[in-house]
Design a protein around this ligand. Structure first.
Ligand code: ADP
Ligand code: MG
Ligand code: ZN
Length: 504
């Protein structure tokens, strides 16, 4: 289990129920920034190499809206079943900070591009639906870099590369109840964003930032408690650990009779604890007002329909198809769909081997093939690794199902094939992996083994059932593991029981 190091104590968990709402900021994939022609820089770009008067916030400049950024949020809305307004506008969120030279951020206040959507996904306690309140578009701020100056004094530097890069904010209703659900929600959202190609949504490099609002209430009661907002989680595992820790921290405080404060807390992954960043006594007043430099945006119905029509099969639909049409278990469907490389491989292999049972194919993709794929750095978009080809992989599975290749040998063939790109059939022949399923050949080998081991045969006849296992082992040894173990077992038993099984 890679879950949290700390879980809410059983007693606390019984008394308190967590209420959690999640806010995600996601960088949407565009070539240029949100309101100017500057290219969106690579995170490693040298500071202040991608700036212009607009994204530096110089007076007298005017913003021009990036159509692609709007489309990405509309596509996200369509993917989560949200509604789009007929007309939206942009609003100024006013606050002072050195990373925001304009003194305001252009965002959306009461007319987000998407509202009232949801995501449904599987957790260890079964499927759940989390309602999504809204998704809107806003601009990112610059980045402050705190460093030591030439004379050793502490200086803060501003890097404007990120200033005005388009960000989508996605906010849930407070529907999440456990740390695991929080992690699973974030994982599912990332899966959707990647499926619709809106973002790579890598948490590790800040393309996707997850914040969790956490409060507790007495189990069985309605009113929400005082919440804290937890930030700075850099992985899905960190989300689960941070929320679990925060639930436990709040429960302990409430059990001790303390009153919680509404505050923003950071997550220290090394310490495994949250810490206070700032206390929010009352809600921030950003003095939102409509952005006078951008006209309202009318969302044409045909434009929306085109965006909707261009959506690929979404993860939830794919899981449902795997379950309902292919007969996979909900768990297997979730495992395959959770990994784009695996589900792409599954699709390719199904096309190459439509005769193969879906369940076997799923096991093969998540098992033998999946392991090799994970270990190989050369994962490809098609889900096939390096020079692996679908025909060879399908051949391997077909041989296994026909009883001509043992599962351990199949694993080896897959690894060799991925490594070398050589046809699986050649590798099987070359390594002598072909499994001995010919009953005549097996019977001859079994006879030899029985003749060479009279003591074991006597033991078996005297009622020592374990002796059969030893004899099977001897046959496998004699065939260097190539005998079909199931056939050997049956033939041996028949031979020893004296009934059938006489050599043909
Ligand atoms: P803010 O304006 O401070 O961001 P919002 O009301 O927009 O606050 O809510 C932000 C997030 O916090 C949403 O996901 C919402 O569901 C969640 N939330 C609101 N109240 C609570 C609460 N008492 N406990 C946990 N989450 C909450
Ligand atoms: Mg907020
Ligand atoms: Zn610019």
């Amino acid at each position: 289990m890679t879950g949290p190091a700390t879980r809410p104590g059983e007693a606390d968990a019984a008394r308190w129920e967590a209420v959690i709402g999640i806010e995600v900021h996601c960088q949407v994939r565009t070539a240029s920034k949100m309101f100017c022609a500057c290219a969106v820089p690579h995170p490693d770009a040298a500071p202040n190499t991608h700036t212009c008067p607009v994204c530096l916030g110089l007076p007298g400049t005017l913003p021009t809206l990036n159509r692609r950024a709007v489309e990405h949020v509309l596509a996200t809305g369509a993917a989560i079943g949200a509604a789009a307004p007929a007309t939206t506008r942009w609003d100024r969120k006013n606050y002072f900070y050195p990373d925001l030279p304009k003194g305001y951020q252009i965002s959306q206040y009461d007319l987000p591009l998407a509202s009232n959507g949801s995501l449904t996904f599987l957790t260890s306690e079964g499927p759940i639906t989390i309602r999504i309140r809204r998704a809107h578009l806003e601009e990112d701020t610059a980045k402050l870099v705190h460093a030591a100056g030439p004379d050793g004094s502490r200086v803060s530097l501003v890097d404007f590369n990120r200033s005005s890069v388009p960000l989508m904010e996605i906010v849930t209703e407070p529907d999440v109840r456990t740390a695991e659900q929080a992690r699973r929600y974030a994982e599912e959202l990332r899966l959707v964003l990647r499926a619709i190609d809106v973002s790579d949504a890598e948490m590790e490099n800040g393309q996707m930032r997850v914040e969790a609002n956490v409060s507790l209430r007495l189990r069985g009661t309605e009113p929400f408690g005082i919440r804290t907002e937890v930030k700075n989680m850099n992985s899905f595992r960190a989300v689960e650990r941070a929320v679990a820790h925060e639930i436990e921290r709040q429960a302990a405080a409430l059990d001790a009779g303390e009153t919680l404060r509404q505050e923003t807390r950071g997550w220290d992954d090394a310490k495994g604890a949250t810490y206070v960043m700032r206390v929010k006594e009352d809600s921030d007043d950003y003095r939102y007002f409509p952005e006078p430099d951008l006209p309202p945006l009318h969302l044409d119905a045909t434009w929306l329909a085109e965006i909707r029509a261009a959506l690929p099969e979404l993860p939830a639909a794919r899981r449902a198809r795997y379950r309902d049409e292919l007969g996979l278990s909900p768990y297997d469907a979730a495992v395959i769909v959770a990994d784009e490389t695996m589900s792409a491989a599954f699709e390719v292999l199904r096309t190459a081997g439509p005769d193969l049972p879906a369940k076997e194919l799923a096991n093969f993709v998540s098992g033998d093939y999946g392991r090799v794929a994970k270990e190989s750095a050369k994962r490809t978009a098609a889900g096939l690794v390096g020079r692996a080809d679908a025909a060879s992989l399908v051949h391997v599975l077909r041989e296994v199902l026909a009883g001509r290749l043992s599962r351990p040998n199949a694993k080896e063939v897959v690894a060799l094939h991925v490594e070398s790109g050589r046809p699986a059939a050649d590798l099987i022949a070359e390594h002598g992996f072909a499994q001995i399923s010919d009953s005549g050949a097996l019977a001859a080998i079994i006879d030899g083994v029985l003749a060479a081991n009279p003591a074991a045969v006597a033991d078996y006849r005297a009622g020592k059932a374990q002796a059969a296992g030893f004899l099977v082992g001897q046959v496998m040894k004699a065939t260097r593991g190539q005998a079909n173990a199931a056939l050997v077992q049956a033939a041996l038993r028949a031979r020893l029981e004296g009934g059938g099984g006489e050599p043909a």
